[in-house]
Design a protein. Structure first.
Length: 314
């Protein structure tokens, strides 16, 4: 058992763990400014690995020198020094994804595991079952509570071993096509209204059977899952757009700003305004070019991503 300086908590693994450098959730990548930022061609320095989990949308992901088609539920690993880029080329089907930047400088075992997962940069399809896993990782990272931060780190390590073993969420199997189709419908209707009867009509199943099936595989009823999708989208809009709270409520088809704020507070513990004050992303970046003026920096001249803090962050 080990007490970590500055945290006052114990690392249950008995050794040093990964550190989260940054975690972001990007909902519907279609704004020109967001595309310029999130679609930049970049790589990271020594011991920094980036994980991309694509929830929905169409486009390409370039990892090292190869472009891959983005598919729903695809997962990519980028090693230190590996240039990568998101190419949002189908704007009518905007990309939604999670990205985790982790530092393994104090964890050689996880570094070796990640090197295995990176492979040639080709990625893998793991399905939609990890969507709320990454949402929980992000929530714990942002919580400011050391114990939750540690639980998120170790949950990630467990997931990496699961992926390396070729295992995934239990529902992501061919015989559960109804669940996969239902989730796809919910994702497509985040900015519209959808009720349980309408969803079951699409699927041509009874309400009772579908609720029982969905709950058994996903751990929650279908409409609670749908509500989480809306709150997940709201988090992204609050942290990365200039939309007013009322505009977000309208965009996500809540009855009113009041009903949206109440639902958001119930899910997150804070109001939409407080969430924005705490987590609004103010970003800028600088790419250091090589002395010869080439596109990519040379060795040691790696793209640096700077998070510009506002006064409230100091």
């Amino acid at each position: 058992m080990r007490r970590t300086p500055g945290w006052g908590t114990i690392d249950v693994y008995g050794g040093k763990s990964v550190r989260f450098e940054d975690i972001v959730f990007v909902y519907h990548l279609n704004d020109p400014g967001q595309i310029a930022w999130h679609g930049r061609d970049h790589c990271h320095g020594e011991n920094l690995y980036e994980i991309h989990y694509f929830v929905s949308g169409e486009g390409s992901f370039r990892n090292d020198k190869t472009r891959y088609a983005i598919e729903r539920g695809s997962l990519y690993f980028s090693a230190p020094g590996m240039w990568h880029q998101i190419l949002a080329t189908v704007l009518e089907k905007p990309i939604t994804y999670y990205a985790l930047l982790i530092d393994v400088s104090e964890d050689g075992e996880t570094s070796a595991l990640l090197d295995r997962l990176v492979g040639r940069g080709e990625g893998r399809i793991v399905g939609n079952g990890y969507r709320f896993f990454f949402a929980d990782i992000l929530e714990k990272h942002l919580s400011g509570e050391p114990e939750l931060e540690f639980s998120a780190r170790h949950a990630l390590i467990s997931m990496l071993y699961q992926i390396a073993a070729g295992k995934g969420p239990s529902w992501a199997t061919p015989d559960n096509a109804h669940i996969g189709k239902a989730i796809a419908i919910m994702q497509a209707r985040i900015e519209r209204h959808l009720d349980l009867s309408e969803l079951c009509d699409y699927l041509d199943v009874s309400r009772e059977h579908f609720v029982r099936l969905f709950s058994s595989y996903m751990g929650m009823p279908p409409m609670r899952y749908y509500a989480r999708l809306k709150i997940e989208a709201a988090r992204a809009m609050l942290s990365s757009t200039n939309l007013h709270v009322g505009e977000i409520a309208d965009k996500l088809e809540f009855d009113s700003q009041f009903s949206f704020s109440r639902a958001f507070r119930r899910a997150t513990g804070i109001s939409p305004t407080d969430y924005r004050d705490r987590f609004l992303q103010k970003v800028d970046f600088v790419v250091e070019k090589s002395a010869k003026g080439g596109k990519n920096p040379g060795a040691g001249e790696i793209s640096r991503v700077l998070l510009r803090k506002g006064p409230e962050d100091d």
